[in-house]
Design a protein. Sequence first.
Length: 114
Amino acid sequence: MTEDLHEPAPVAGGPDDGTSSEPVSEPVSEPVSAVLRDAKSRARATHYTVGTLRADADGTLWLECSCGTVLRNGPTWTLDEHVRLHRAEAKYLELSQAAPPGIPRLIDLDGAGR
């Protein structure tokens, strides 16, 4: 039996949680709030690599981020992984600060009032 990949996926909620919902048949377009869009832009604008790729005598590769953090490879991670993690953390921090109160969160902010 093959799945019909063109069938719309159900939206959140449904018979299992006591609410009713209908499948969404067309893409739903919601505007991104200016506050969150600006937060993502701030993260990109303040965390970019600067300078030249450097190599230490022990084989460590490193670059500097515009925020001053030195991004480097390590015994179990690549320089690329460190750069990606740093950018993701910067984006998370900016979005977390800008998120509207009451929005459901994956991470509990321990009394931060959100």
